[in-house]
Write a protein that binds this ligand. Sequence first.
Ligand code: ADP
Ligand code: ZN
Length: 432
Amino acid sequence: MYWEKDIETMPRDRIETLQSGLLRDTVRLAALSPFYGKKFRDAGIDPAGFDGLRSKEKLPFTTKDDLREHWPYGFLAVSRDELVRMHSSSGTTGRATVVFHTAHDIGQWTNLVARCMYMAGVRKGDVFQNIMTYGLFTGGLGFHYGAERIGALVIPAGAGNSKRQIQLMRDFDTTVIHIIPSYALHLYSFFEEMNLLPSRDTRVRIAFIGAEPHSERTRKKIEELYGFKAFNSYGLSEMNGPGVAFECPEQNGLHIWEDNFLAEIVDPDTLKPVADGSEGELVLTSLRRTGMPLLRYRTKDLTRIITGDCPCGRTHRRIERITGRTDDMLIIKGVNIFPIQIEKKLMEIPGVGNDFLIVLEREGYNDRMTVKVEVGQDFFDGDVLHLEKLRRRITEDLRSDILITPQVELMAPNSLPKTEGKAVRVVDNRKD
Ligand code: ADP
Ligand code: ZN
């Protein structure tokens, strides 16, 4: 049931002692990098005298812009010949940032991903199809190595090529997959086209879904369509990639592996810690990385700590599924809206299909928001009156939730543009 019982169920006071020692080591190591060396000098921090967890708030924050400005090698704490791997972020919000790993870092990361997969029930003997982009994106190789560490048979399928994915699942009796949630919904339409039912015609029992925000309703929908269990996987390239926080069999929040990461939740405006249980921005410090340690990295992801013990017995704190990135927030007619709010509402409405797109336009001084919504095939083939009723219901439900009235356009199934990577939810044409 546990990959490393001692670590996963370690009492809280021991976790904190461990973190304190690791933080001291990390600060000393980070001081060797050009970026933190200068930061510490400027802030008068003496790395040799740094006394651990209780002084964490004295450490500087690190942002994606810092990584961009000191690109590519400004954060290295070791010489370049110690490095064995480079990865990059997806570039969702601007120029992609790069992260470098030593052999030790890759070993740690691999073990973390193995711990996550094992927690969800993956074992030696499983056939794991990794439907993720390989290459610079961390989702591919991160899971690949983790699954091999467990001893599963790995099919490095990569993303896209939907019919071939289904063929691979069927030919090799795939039991576990890793897939982006928006792509899982899209892939289902290929099962339909091929007159196949995943629950009947494949043996997949576990899926890992992550890399992009998705609501609980979307997870349920994926689980219902496929007949497997879908576990939420959270990570970011700056903290290795997948393996930072992960759902256990309780599927109620994601355990952050606190023997590897120090997690804080702060108010994104004041940068002060919020009370446990309140929403804020997740800030992470790597505790075991040697090539490129990062201190108090502002993820821009919004979440909260779930208070209370988890029935699974693991003592590492849980975070709520990510509700969005501060960067994703749209300001429309002065109202703050996250795309995930729209997704959540849409997924509750029967007749709504598997994809949507928000298009923003400016007319004079006014913002106009159009939500293009794919409808389910049955609805699409049905009565036009029903379609009009559906359109009105979507408009009304969204209005009551986000407090502005969007233009709703119903679209044929599969007609919106698809990507193999993270879904594009917003097209903002308001730029002046
Ligand atoms: P980029 O930051 O350019 O998107 P990454 O590939 O490093 O590049 O993606 C990390 C980000 O992806 C996270 O900071 C978060 O915003 C998002 N993300 C990853 N996993 C999840 C998840 N399970 N739920 C919600 N968002 C996620
Ligand atoms: Zn748990």
